[in-house]
Design a protein around this ligand. Structure first.
Ligand code: 13P
Length: 254
C-alpha cells in the first residue's frame, strides 16, 4: 500500500563525468524495479544534467536543500520554484548535517517544507537523535518533537505528499546501522505522531530509514512494518551498491 522509496543522497560528491558514468551503469540495473520509487539527490550543479539523463526512465530527481523564500536578495540560495523549474520531484530538508553544521532549526525546516509543497515538490523531512540523546533515553521524545515542529506548516490535505526520513545521527556515515528492531521502534513512534497530527493519512505517509544502509542490511530493514524506504549516503555513490539497495527484495540473506 505504501510504495517503497529508495533515495540516494549524494551530499557534496560527484561531478558531471561521474554522473554520466554512474547512470550508464545504474539505469540498466534497475530497469525492472518498477515496484519501487528510485530517487537521486545530486548536488544542485547536477540537477539539470540529471534531468536530461534520466528522461525516459522511472528515476526521479531530488534537491538536497531549499531556501523557504520565494525569491529576492538571498545570495547563494535556491528557491523552491527554481527546483520545480529543474524538474525536481523531491527535496531533502532538515538533514542532520544541515541542522548540526549550518544551525538549521525545526522552524526553518518547517518553512522549507511548506515552500516546497507550494511548488508541488514533495519534502523529504529528516529527523533523528544524537548518540548522547539516545544514551540518555530521549530518542523517542527528541524525534517526536522534531516531527511536530518540522511538520508544523504542512497543510492537512497535503500530508500524503511528505516523506519522513528517520536518520539517527549516530548511524550516519559511521558504518553503524540501527538494528531493524531499533529502527522499527522509532518508525512506529513516528507513525503514531503522524496519526495524531494527520489522522488516517498517516497510514499512507512513507517513512524512510537512513544511516549506513548497505545492500547487506536493506532487506531486513525493509521487512519491518513501518519502514517504507531508505535514504542512502555513502553506498549510493556506487551504482552497483545502490542498484542492489533499490532491488532490496533480492537481497534476502540465506
Ligand atoms: P550514510 O548512508 O553514508 O550513512 O548517510 C546517510 C545519510 O545521511 C543519508 O541522508
Amino acid at each position: 500500500m505504501r510504495r517503497p522509496i529508495l533515495a540516494a543522497n549524494w551530499k557534496m560528491n560527484m561531478d558531471s563525468a561521474a554522473l554520466g558514468a554512474f547512470l550508464s551503469r545504474f539505469v540498466p540495473l534497475v530497469a525492472d524495479a518498477a515496484a519501487v520509487e528510485i530517487v537521486i539527490a545530486p548536488p544542485f550543479t547536477l540537477l539539470d544534467r540529471l534531468r536530461e539523463q534520466i528522461a525516459g526512465t522511472a528515476i526521479l530527481s531530488a534537491a538536497q536543500n531549499v531556501n523557504p523564500e520565494e525569491s529576492g536578495a538571498f545570495t547563494g540560495e535556491i528557491a523552491a520554484g527554481m527546483l520545480a523549474d529543474m524538474g525536481c520531484s523531491y527535496a531533502i530538508v532538515g538533514h542532520s548535517e544541515r541542522r548540526a553544521l549550518f544551525g538549521e532549526s525545526d522552524a526553518f525546516v518547517a518553512r522549507k517544507a511548506a515552500a516546497l509543497l507550494r511548488h508541488q515538490i514533495c519534502p523529504i523531512v529528516c529527523v533523528g537523535e544524537t548518540l548522547e540523546q539516545r544514551d540518555a533515553g530521549r530518542a523517542l521524545e527528541v524525534v517526536a518533537a522534531q516531527i511536530e515542529q518540522s511538520l508544523a506548516e504542512v497543510p492537512g490535505d497535503q500530508a500524503e505528499a511528505i516523506v519522513v526520513a528517520y536518520e539517527p545521527v549516530w548511524a550516519i556515515g559511521t558504518g553503524r546501522t540501527a538494528t531493524p528492531a531499533i529502527a522499527q521502534e522509532v518508525h512506529a513512534h513516528i507513525r503514531g505522531r503522524l496519526r495524531a497530527r494527520f489522522g488516517d493519512a498517516a497510514n499512507r505517509i512513507r517513512i524512510q530509514y537512513g544511516g549506513s544502509v548497505k545492500p547487506e542490511t536493506v532487506y531486513d530493514l525493509m521487512a519491518q512494518p513501518d519502514i517504507d524506504g531508505a535514504l542512502v549516503g555513502g553506498a549510493s555513490l556506487d551504482p552497483e551498491a545502490f542498484a542492489r539497495i533499490a532491488c532490496f527484495q533480492e537481497q534476502r540473506n540465506p
